[in-house]
Design a protein around this ligand. Structure first.
Ligand code: HOC
Length: 393
């Protein structure tokens, strides 16, 4: 039963047992030797807390604002493709649980359910925001229609994926090529320009419409077709975060290596975050953009570390897919409750009553960022460090 799961990793263990081989391969796979996948978890284990004592922590408030909306917790359901590979109701399980919890859901372009089915699945009194994740189609007219439809339906932000001009090499998925997309791909198969050839795995079959020529010069076009906040998802280096902020065209970035599924050895978002925030602050750019992270977060302690280092919120992907695959809506609902319980307890033990009280003084980052270019050793020396000034980047 769902009550036998006490943390997000428990759902993964159950999902692994109950999911079909090809579905498990698609969800769990990552690029090449899966080093970035492993690093996404490992980076969190290099940060320690510096808990504050004797704070009145009788009341803890987990709520926060993300992109202008008040939400109940600082995590969101990030976009992941092909929900029906895991559960017949697909992404609507995520929507239902997210709406019960007043948690944001980012709706994927490559969902198994249609965009409208997902939007319509929300239940309960809450009305959490939904965001659109966008893969940009070679045909910009299709892209424009998708964006404007989402805006009309009440989506509150546009996340453009920028780390996937081509699909990463996920060999687990490729080896499971026998998996026809089946129901999992039913909506995706309607996407113009897609291929149904699954001989190279599910991911390759669904991604052929994506435009690899997408570049910085395209940003004004996106700005011209929507009033929604625009966020670049999949930014992986400090220079690009600064560039994004300086365009004045975007409202945020998601530091992400796509769950380790694209370029192996891409850095973990936590490492990039620790490097980026001091630079943004030094340039006054932290007031222009919101910074989000995803990849490898499994515990509330991971979430708190990211928030202490300056993230506005964090995306959780695979764990909710696993909870959904194992137990449907109730699994995702429980996963969210468990995360909230952990958050409340960990904030109390850390001496932080609200999300606003989390800051770099509550973490020890000395084990992060050991690389040969004289990278800072802790969060204080980071303040003086500006990687944009170092030669030969
Ligand atoms: C080049 C396109 O996000 C995944 C999904 C779909 C990837 C499409 C990449 O499997 O990571």
């Amino acid at each position: 039963p769902v009550e036998s799961c006490y943390n997000l990793l428990d759902f993964e263990a159950v999902a692994r047992r109950v999911m079909k081989r090809g579905a498990w391969a698609y969800y769990s796979s990552a690029a090449d030797d899966e080093i970035s996948l492993r690093e996404n978890r490992a980076a969190f284990q290099r940060v320690w807390f510096r808990p504050r004592i004797l704070v009145d922590v009788a009341n803890i408030d987990l709520s926060t604002r993300m992109l202008g909306s008040r939400v109940s917790a600082p995590f969101y359901v990030t976009a992941t493709a092909l929900g029906r590979l895991g559960h017949p109701d697909g992404e609507t399980c995520l929507t239902k649980a997210a709406s019960r919890h007043n948690v944001v859901q980012m709706i994927p372009t490559l969902a198994s359910c249609s965009f409208d089915e997902i939007m319509d699945a929300a239940e309960g009194p809450g009305n959490p925001p939904q965001w659109l994740q966008l893969y940009v189609n070679k045909d910009r007219e299709i892209t424009r229609r998708i964006i404007q439809h989402a805006e009309k339906r009440g989506c509150r932000a546009l996340f453009i994926t920028v780390d996937a001009p081509q699909l990463g090499r996920r060999e687990k998925d490729m080896r499971a090529k026998a998996t026809a997309l089946g129901d999992g791909g039913s909506n995706v198969q309607k996407t113009e320009g897609h291929s149904t050839d699954v001989s190279q795995g599910a991911a390759r079959a669904i991604s052929s419409f994506i435009d690899p020529s997408l570049c910085w010069d395209d940003l004004p076009w996106f700005r011209s077709v929507t009033r929604l906040p625009i966020i670049l998802k999949g930014v992986q280096r400090v220079e690009d975060v600064v560039r994004a902020a300086e365009t004045g065209l975007v409202d945020g970035v998601v530091l992400s290596n796509h769950g380790g599924r694209q370029l192996d050895f891409a850095p973990s978002s936590l490492e990039v975050l620790a490097e980026v925030m001091p630079v943004l602050r030094a340039r006054g750019l932290d007031r222009r953009i919101e910074v989000y992270v995803d990849g490898g977060l499994r515990r509330a302690t991971d979430i708190l570390k990211a928030l202490c280092l300056g993230a506005k919120g964090v995306g959780i992907g695979r764990p909710f897919l696993y909870a959904m695959s194992a137990y449907g809506v109730e699994g995702v609902d429980r996963a969210m409750s468990l995360l909230k319980d952990e958050l409340e307890m960990d904030m109390r033990l850390l001496g932080a009553r609200s999300i606003d009280e989390l800051g770099p003084e509550l973490v020890d980052t000395r084990s992060l960022g050991s690389h040969p270019n004289g990278v800072p050793e802790d969060h204080l020396s980071r303040l003086a460090y500006d990687p944009l000034q170092t030669p030969a980047q």
